[in-house]
Design a binder for this molecule. Structure first.
Ligand code: ZN
Length: 522
């Protein structure tokens, strides 16, 4: 009798268990994100989690995906994004999803949402297709505490900024970011940044930095970032690691050696990189730092003042010379609101179109003229392919696009669309710079470990079901500088928190992304 009762109790349970998956991914080649080799297994997903990984999972599910011949990997984590406004224009984040990205960290380069709790609650109420975490930005808190002032902070201002960083960490930021080439952060000294970094370190945050210089003073700037991490006793992430300007090509050997030495000395320093030799930022960075002090209106007054105008031009030409560029042909307009017909043209071309003489001084005048008409978003072809490859080989380097959510407008840098597919297609498959398992590790478990996403970045039972299924022989980026608005191809299925956001290579419109909070709010 007892035996029969047991049988009755246990048998139906097992039957239910066998059918109890939302999705089963069958026959895939699993690359788990740790860097280990691929293996064959099925994967059962339920209630947003991976519940079983083994060969021949018995039973059925609401949906069966046949991944025969395809790679099954953790969803990619992009630690360097700028989606503060663009995510609300396109909450489905198609450019990220089609590139295999299921989580982004925004608030980089010193710029985050002014009010993080409000930002997070807006994301939750709108619904998003990717997971989003945020850093708190130096420029953002400095602007809130002391506007656009070109000077050091007073003790009271410093205290106010530290309070803002602390509060942001309590509200769920994953760390503190700087953008030390941008106003007003560039008017700070190292001491100010250390003070603010400490405020984030108290809540186990990461220090992520767009360093003070990526050109002639890049060695000093890498050292500053490492030293800030040492002083604040916190992990450092050096953003979009590069050496810019012809005169600096080849110096990645020097700068990476600094990172490696810091690691040997016991400091947790890692880097990220986008796989392109052009950078993208605003036109204002071509002007001397002092010209931007006090904000936009002050700049306009200086451009109109004859003596200051001359000094600005002199500073610009000096910078050009230092980078070893003859003219501004390396600077191409991505988006110029005052005249969108100039999008895609270089400053050299625009200068000729405006009927000016073709020389660097006249081109600098053309730039100031554009700054008087609202400025522009630019693409700068300033890097060398051999530095890019050298940096890519570094094992503690993550793939990060430094992009935003693409809305289909302007001429954005193709990195927003294709960074991960480009690494997998061009650099892994075609050029064999790194192995597939290694590339996936850099896109998944490395960023997850660094930013403490404890249940993501690795395919294991119990982990969140952020999963990509792609064809290693097909995956490639299609976005180019000339025609940027093209999604990557090769991703057949993308799951975010257990739901299909890409099904048979098409975005489903499902918004199963979440806000991911930092360690103080987890
Ligand atoms: Zn940056």
């Amino acid at each position: 009798m007892k035996y029969i009762l047991l049988l009755l109790l246990s048998f139906p349970c097992r039957l239910i268990a066998q059918n109890n998956y939302d999705i089963i991914i069958r026959n895939g080649k699993i690359i788990d994100g740790t860097g280990n080799s691929w293996f064959y297994a099925d994967m059962g997903v339920k209630d947003g989690k991976i519940v079983l990984i083994q060969k021949n999972i018995p039973g059925t599910a609401a949906q069966i995906i046949d991944a025969k011949g395809l790679i099954v990997a953790p969803g990619f984590i992009d630690v360097h994004a700028h989606v503060e406004t663009s995510i609300f224009e396109k909450p489905t984040a198609d450019n990220y999803i089609y590139d295999g990205v299921t989580t982004v960290i925004t608030g980089n380069c010193g710029g985050s949402a002014d009010d993080l709790p409000k930002f997070f609650s807006q994301l939750n109420s709108v619904g998003i297709s990717i997971n989003i975490a945020s850093l708190v930005g130096h420029n953002t808190v400095r602007r809130l505490a002391m506007g656009e002032q070109n000077r050091l902070a007073t003790a009271a201002e410093q205290q106010k900024m530290e309070g803002l960083v602390q509060q942001a960490m309590k509200d769920g930021a994953v760390g503190f970011s700087t953008g030390l080439i941008y106003p007003p952060g560039m008017y700070s000294n190292t001491e100010e940044v250390v003070g603010l970094a400490k405020a984030a370190a108290a809540y186990n945050g990461v220090y992520a930095s767009h360093i003070r210089n990526e050109e002639n003073k890049v060695v000093d700037a890498v050292n500053e970032a490492i030293n800030i991490g040492k002083a604040a006793n916190m992990p450092v992430e050096i953003s979009h690691f590069k050496v810019n300007g012809k005169s600096n090509w080849g110096r990645s050997k020097e700068t990476l050696a600094l990172v490696e030495q810091a690691r040997k000395d016991g400091y947790d320093v890692t880097i990220d990189q986008y796989p392109y030799t052009a950078s993208s930022t605003n036109l204002g960075v071509r002007l001397p730092d002092w010209a931007m002090g006090g904000g936009w209106d002050s700049l306009q007054m200086r451009i109109k003042d004859r003596a200051l105008h001359k000094q600005i031009i002199a500073g610009m030409l000096d910078q050009l010379k230092k980078y070893n560029f003859e003219n501004y042909s390396y600077a191409v307009v991505a988006s110029y609101e005052a005249d969108t017909s100039l999008n895609g043209k270089s400053i050299t071309e625009i200068n000729i179109l405006k009927g000016r003489k073709s020389n660097a001084a006249e081109e600098a005048e053309t730039i100031l003229n554009m700054m008087q008409n609202g400025g522009a978003q630019m693409i700068y072809h300033g890097m060398d392919e051999s530095d890019l490859r050298y940096i890519m080989k570094y094992p503690f380097n993550m793939v990060a696009a430094d992009g935003g959510v693409a809305t289909g407008k302007g001429m954005p840098h193709p990195r927003s669309y294709g960074s991960n597919a480009r690494v997998l297609g061009k650099y892994v498959r075609e050029e064999k710079i790194i192995s597939l398992e290694e590339a996936i590790r850099r896109m998944t478990s490395l960023p997850a470990q660094k930013f403490q996403f404890k249940d993501r970045g690795i395919l294991r039972e119990g982990m969140a079901a952020d999963i990509v299924v792609f064809d290693e022989n097909e995956v490639i980026d299609l976005s180019t500088y000339e025609k940027p608005h093209q999604f990557s191809k090769g991703f057949s299925y993308v799951l975010v928190n257990g739901q299909l956001v890409i099904d048979k290579a098409k975005h489903t419109g499902v918004k199963s992304g979440k806000v991911l909070y930092g360690p103080a709010k987890m």
